[in-house]
Design a protein around this ligand. Structure first.
Ligand code: ADP
Length: 369
């Protein structure tokens, strides 16, 4: 089968890496000829936000999918009309692309998400109480486009673009659940993962599995996942980012209609990874089992502040000496501050051991130029 992917970043790369054990051809569209997928796929250089480019790219594929949601969804809709399979469908991509539509989707479908107000660009009619979180309707990514407005002083920083103003949640834990649905309607979730801040370094978060949550919390998440999948009404793999508040209530922060950073530990930590599961979704195959093997965790390798240029991974050899530790690099030659360059997965027999290992690894490795 000819599988076309919009976006050539690390998510696409790890998907292709996993799926190469089956018999398919992978085509990638990305503007950057040095992107993570460029040298491991049939590569087309082009803009996945451009209508004609996406249409042309998709025309001769058996299925077109995404590894980034900021793509030209009108072109995907046209491809659907032309009989090309698009996973996930253009409708849910459009809903998720815009924060306002995404929030309205949760509201309409009874999915708990923090209360919000729409700001259309002027601040005169704002009724929401301080403190609140402002999220740009479009263009936000990786923490950009999100800001906390805590005091009347902060009002001066308010962006004037269209945005969602959202109640601040008193967060106990940040959780994530990845859930898949194939075209036959079969669905399967991964065990819930948890973001934990490194208590000593206080710099970077680790993503660990399984999350330390009560069965009552798990029940809320199961309900959210099934509600989401039913309402989205599309095959796909979705990462639902969640907040558990200090009163024990679970809220949806946002959803990605694609593979996700919070699922990387599944590569070695679960019976099947998110990448394998996504392949099953794209091909409408039976979904894979997702049980975790003990405790697993992931640490992002992020470009260190004040280093830009040809990347060097300091300390990586020491990391490779450690047991049950797995290095994944994304094929990016240039580092810059905050750029995701790779990640390291670790397995352990207990949560305590896992945290110790992650903190140790964090102290060993630096991404510099
Ligand atoms: P992005 O996807 O760009 O990272 P998010 O919407 O996930 O943006 O927001 C980034 C972070 O901001 C979250 O991980 C969370 O810590 C904080 N945050 C976002 N919304 C809220 C909220 N309603 N209440 C409290 N904290 C929030």
């Amino acid at each position: 089968m000819k599988i076309g992917i919009l976006g050539g970043g690390q998510l696409g790369r790890m998907f292709i890496q996993e799926a190469l054990k089956y018999d398919d051809e992978f085509y990638v569209l990305d503007p950057n000829p040095e992107c993570s997928c460029a040298h491991i796929s049939h590569f087309t250089r082009g803009d996945f936000n451009d209508y004609d480019t996406v249409l042309e790219f998709g025309r001769d594929k058996d299925v077109v999918t995404i590894e980034i949601e900021h793509v030209n969804a009108d072109a995907l809709e046209e491809l659907e009309h032309q009989g090309i399979k698009v996973v996930p469908n253009s409708k849910i991509i459009k809903t998720i692309q815009q924060k306002i539509l995404q929030k309205q989707f949760y509201e309409e479908n009874g999915i708990p998400s923090p209360e919000f107000e729409i700001m259309d660009g002027s601040e005169e009619e704002i009724k929401i109480q301080l403190p609140f979180v402002q999220k740009l309707n479009t263009g936000g990514y990786d923490g950009k486009g999100v800001q906390l407005i805590r005091t009347t002083q902060d009002w001066r920083n308010l962006w004037t673009q269209e945005s969602v103003l959202e109640n601040l949640v008193d967060i106990d834990k940040e959780l994530s659940v990845i859930v898949a649905r194939n075209e036959n309607g079969e669905t399967k979730a991964f065990p819930v993962t948890e973001m934990v801040a490194d208590p000593k370094l206080n710099l970077l978060d680790f993503n660990i599995c399984p999350a330390d949550i009560s069965s009552e919390t798990q029940d809320q998440i199961d309900l959210i996942a099934s509600q989401f999948i039913r309402s989205a009404d599309s095959p796909g793999l979705f990462a639902i980012e969640l907040f558990l508040d200090k009163n024990g209530k679970v809220w949806v922060n946002e959803t990605a209609p694609r593979l996700h950073n919070s699922g990387h530990q599944s590569q070695e930590g679960n019976a099947n990874s998110q990448f394998e599961q996504f392949y099953r979704v794209v091909k409408n195959l039976p979904l894979a089992d997702t049980d975790n093997f003990g405790f697993s965790g992931m640490l992002n390798l992020v470009g260190e502040e004040s280093y830009s240029g040809k990347v060097k991974y300091e300390g990586l050899k020491d990391v490779l000496k450690l047991p049950k530790t797995y290095v994944h690099l994304y094929g990016k030659t240039e580092t810059k501050p905050g750029r995701k360059m790779g990640h390291i997965n670790v397995m352990a027999d207990s949560r305590e051991e896992l945290m110790k290992k992650l903190i140790h690894i964090k102290s060993l490795v630096r991404v510099i130029a």
